[in-house]
Write a protein that binds this ligand. Sequence first.
Ligand code: COA
Ligand code: ZN
Length: 333
Amino acid sequence: MSYIPASNSRFAGKKIHIHDVAMRDGLQIEPIFVPTEQKIEMVNALSRTGLKKIEVTSFTSPKAIPALRDAEELMKAIDRVTGVTYVALIPNMKGAERALSCAVDELNLVLSASETHNLANTRMTREQSKRIHAEIIKAAKGKAAVNISISTAFGCPMEGDVPANDVLALGDWFVEQGATGITLCDTTGMANPGQVEQICEGLIDRWRDIELTLHFHNTRAMGLANALAGLNCGITRFDAALGGLGGCPYAPGATGNVCTEDLVHMFETMGCDTGVDLDALIACSLRLPEMVGHDCPGQVAKAGKSDRRYPAPADLEEIRSRAQARDLADSAA
Ligand code: COA
Ligand code: ZN
């Protein structure tokens, strides 16, 4: 898709990596259980859209997240398309063992920057999560990549402000432990673009040897603006959820992630190169309402891409004639 001459944009050709998390972050908050067969079909369709990573599920307690209780069955049944990294979210060692037994490419270990959310979400203190995650990094060496998702990195819905230095220190610690990636997560859409720039400026250099990803929720309609702020700091990896589904069931007020097709559309119209086939992605998104039983918040799937064109009014020539007649009448007067 090319909307503007590439040479006119300072973002021209900029490679962006899009990770879709709808099957995990999206489905974990849905009240219904989507049949495994439908999940398999969706992951397989998403695998063929050019996405770099797909977060397929989570290996959490089925009591905590019943919607994803079929993690093993799903992971083992999906097609593994070359070039796509298949990810699962993991809260503890039991989850890591389950995921490794399914040959997950990347373990996405979760902990929160805020103590209150970490306790609510994983029933562990941050120190306990850190200790367990360090053990998982060791256990996964040579078997799977290990990304650390730091939740509530831009604010906690229960505690409020989260000191940026705490978030950065947490990230530093995991980089030292051997994590291959860090994701800063705005769990309930509290971030704003100014704050994102403050936290993310220089991060690419600070964590040079790892993959750095941003994960925004669109709870207060700042998701795309926050992603752009991240790009302005040189960050080129973004999580997003098809249709704008998503939310943490243990974070009060949580709503959907920034929508994958809206994010891809924004970047592509700016001249960036996401490598994603947007039409194929939109086709996947249009299947979601039937899957989850409700409308989705994403906008581009409804509005169409910005190169969509509508017919002019049927009486345009009549309107034109009347307008021109006005000129003639004026000049005669
Ligand atoms: N997968 C499956 N079962 C698990 C598990 C895992 N990763 N971790 C623990 N369990 C089981 C235990 O085997 C035990 O089962 P039992 O009652 O049959 O003996 C039971 O869950 C309780 O184990 P415990 O270690 O005490 O866990 P907990 O009740 O303190 O819950 C978590 C801790 C982390 C497992 C749970 O809070 C959780 O899964 N949280 C995930 C939250 C999440 O995904 N949020 C959204 C993403 S941000
Ligand atoms: Zn999230």
